[in-house]
Design a protein around this ligand. Structure first.
Ligand code: DGL
Length: 336
C-alpha cells in the first residue's frame, strides 16, 4: 500500500501547482494525476454537477489503486469534500486532502489588518467555503472576487503579456479598493499567473497559494497513517532503470521495494494501468514513475503539463472517467 501512488486531480492544469509542491516535499512518492479537461472549467457550473464530475474522477483514481486522494481544486473541494470523505475515507479508509483549509490557515497567519481578499471561481465564491474557513480571523474584512478568465488564460497557456495584465487590472480593482493586505489565490490555476497578479496588487500584499501548505498536509497524513513510501528515491529514476538512479533509500528498506517494481513497466501494483504499460517506456516518453491522464485531449494536456511541471510528465493517457467514454482504453483492457 505504501508503494501505491497518490491520486490527485483538477479540472485541468491548475492542480499541477499542487503536484509541484508535493513532488518537492515528497520526492519519493508517485503521483497519478487526472486533468478533467473534458469538463473544464468547473468554476461556472452548478456545484451539484461539479460534485458528480469530481466523484467520477475520484472513483477512477481509487479504482487505479491510489493510497490517498488530493482534491487539487478549490471548486471541487467546495462541491465534493464532504461526500468524498464519507465515500472514500469513512467507507474505504482512503484519506482525502483538500486545498481550502490550507490556504485559509496561511492567510490567517499572514494578515495583519484582517482585510483579506479571495480570488476564486464563481463556484467557490458562491459556495461560501472561504467565508467559513476564514471566520476565525479576528476583525475579518473579507472581499471576494470571481476571476473566470484567469482559468481560460491558464488553460490556453497564456500566463504573461498585456492581455493577462488587462484582465488582472480589471478583476483586482475591488481588492485594491478594499486595501487587502493578504490575497488568497483561491483557485489552483491562479499561481500560474502570480507574476501579473502580484505586479497589479503591489509588493505589500501577501499572495497565498495553497500548494505548499497542502503538500505539508499530504506529508502529515501519510506519516500519521504510516503510508509514506518506504523508498525515498522511488520516483526519481526513470521507469527504465526502476529508480536505480536514486542514491538509495533513507529508510534502508528501499531495496525490497525497488525490487517489487517491474523495470520498464514503471509502476506498482496499484499502477497496473501505468503509462509505461502501453509501450510508452520503450518509446522513451515516460520520464518518471508518475502517471498523467486527461479526460479530454491527452496531447493538448501533455503539452501544457510539460510546460508547467517539466519532464516528469511523460506520455499522457486518456482517462476513462467523465468524458473518456468511448475512447479505446488500454488500462481497462489490461486489467479486465
Ligand atoms: N483549478 C480549479 C479551482 O481551484 C478550477 C478551475 C475551473 O475549472 O474553473 O477551483
Amino acid at each position: 500500500m505504501n508503494d501505491a501512488p497518490i491520486g490527485i486531480f483538477d479540472s485541468g492544469v491548475g492542480g499541477l501547482t499542487v503536484a509541484r509542491a508535493i513532488l518537492d516535499q515528497l520526492p519519493g512518492e508517485r503521483l497519478l494525476y487526472i486533468g478533467d479537461t473534458a469538463n473544464s472549467p468547473y468554476g461556472p457550473k452548478p456545484l451539484e454537477q461539479v460534485r458528480s464530475m469530481a466523484l467520477n474522477v475520484m472513483d477512477e483514481l481509487v479504482d487505479s489503486g491510489v493510497k490517498m486522494l488530493v482534491i487539487a481544486c478549490n471548486t471541487a473541494t467546495a462541491a465534493a469534500l464532504d461526500e468524498a470523505r464519507e465515500r472514500y475515507t469513512k467507507g474505504m479508509g482512503i484519506p482525502v486532502i483538500e486545498v481550502i483549509s490550507p490556504a485559509a490557515r496561511t492567510a490567517a497567519a499572514l494578515t495583519r489588518s484582517g482585510r483579506v481578499g479571495v480570488i476564486a471561481t464563481a463556484g467557490t465564491v458562491n459556495s461560501g467555503a472561504y467565508a467559513r474557513a476564514l471566520q476565525g480571523i479576528p476583525g475579518l474584512n473579507l472581499t471576494q472576487q470571481a476571476c473566470p478568465r484567469f482559468v481560460q488564460l491558464a488553460e490556453a497557456g497564456i500566463t504573461t503579456g498585456p492581455q493577462v495584465l488587462d484582465v488582472a487590472k480589471e478583476y483586482l480593482e475591488p481588492l485594491q479598493a478594499a486595501a487587502v493586505d493578504t490575497l488568497v489565490l483561491g483557485c489552483t490555476h491562479y499561481p500560474l499567473l502570480a507574476g501579473p497578479i502580484s505586479y497589479v496588487m503591489g509588493r505589500n500584499v501577501a499572495l497565498v497559494s495553497s500548494s505548499e501548505e497542502t503538500a505539508k498536509d499530504v506529508y502529515r497524513e501519510l506519516a500519521a497513517r504510516n503510508l509514506l513510501h518506504t523508498d525515498t528515491q522511488a520516483a526519481v529514476g526513470s521507469s527504465d532503470d526502476g529508480g536505480a538512479s536514486g542514491s538509495g533509500a533513507a529508510s534502508g528498506a528501499g531495496g525490497a521495494n525497488a525490487a517489487k517494481r517491474v523495470p520498464g513497466q514503471g509502476g506498482t501494483q496499484g499502477m497496473a494501468g501505468g503509462a509505461a504499460s502501453s509501450g510508452a517506456a520503450s518509446s522513451g516518453e515516460v520520464a518518471s514513475g508518475h502517471e498523467f491522464r486527461a479526460t479530454g485531449d491527452p496531447v493538448a494536456f501533455q503539452v501544457l503539463a510539460k510546460r508547467f511541471l517539466g519532464p516528469v510528465v511523460g506520455q499522457v493517457r486518456q482517462a476513462h472517467a467523465t468524458g473518456g467514454a468511448g475512447v479505446k482504453n488500454l488500462d481497462r483492457e489490461i486489467r479486465e
